[in-house]
Design a protein around this ligand. Structure first.
Ligand SMILES: C[S@@+](CC[C@H](N)C(=O)[O-])C[C@H]1O[C@@H](n2cnc3c(N)ncnc32)[C@H](O)[C@@H]1O
Length: 190
């Protein structure tokens, strides 16, 4: 099982399907869903994708083993995220469409969820080289979006993370970072 959590700092809860970048950079999150879940003509069924939206205290979970109606294009993904956000209920977690689960939560709650799934790694440009690091087969990876984590967020993340890992010397897009992590895990047969 592999899990990815992206902290989506800019998203405020509104999605205009004709302007995904203007919708709190939900295009970035859609691309991360794409790189977490899709293979060519197939889906990675062993993946859980999480997005945490700190501006609205909401977490989205996508269980790739259960998704339906998800296509690799950003617009379809954003439409399913939009549906989840609209249906979110302050009382309980909602399944907004097959494989899509949404609830109100704190970052600490979400980090606790990740911790319960396996070993947690924090992806950051200045971390230990992923090629030198032993990775667990049940692994959760946390990354940020175009905004760096605040000191407070980073402190919380470091409470659950085993280590900080870098995928290479350049600062990459979040979605590209996810692809490299998958590739490294695939090559190791994890
Ligand atoms: C667009 S980058 C962050 C941008 C950058 N911090 C800045 O100054 O604007 C988004 C995220 O991808 C991950 N990331 C990017 N490059 C990485 C690398 N070489 N190794 C590990 N993680 C990386 C990190 O989690 C980072 O927060």
């Amino acid at each position: 099982m592999r899990a990815f959590l992206i902290i989506a700092h800019k998203f405020r809860g509104e999605i205009n399907l004709n302007d995904l970048p203007g919708s709190g950079r939900i295009d970035v999150i859609a691309r991360c869903v794409n790189s977490s879940i899709f293979l060519s003509h197939d889906i990675r069924r062993d993946v859980l994708f999480f997005a945490y939206f700190p501006k609205i205290n909401m977490r989205l979970k996508i269980d790739a083993s259960k998704v339906k109606y998800l296509n690799p294009d950003e617009r379809t993904t954003a439409a399913l995220i939009r549906n989840a956000v609209i249906l979110a209920n302050p009382e309980k977690e909602i399944r907004s469409s097959p494989g899509f689960y949404v609830k109100y939560a704190t970052l600490e709650d979400v980090l606790g969820e990740l911790e319960s799934l396996g070993t947690v790694y924090y992806l950051r440009e200045d971390g230990d080289d992923i090629r030198e690091v032993e990775l667990a087969s049940n692994a959760s990876f946390i990354l940020s979006d175009s905004v760096n984590m605040s000191d407070e967020e980073e402190k919380m993340v470091m409470r659950v993370a085993k280590s900080i890992i870098s995928v290479g010397p350049k600062s990459l897009l979040s979605s590209h970072t996810i692809s490299i992590v998958h590739n490294e895990m695939d090559r190791r047969g994890l």
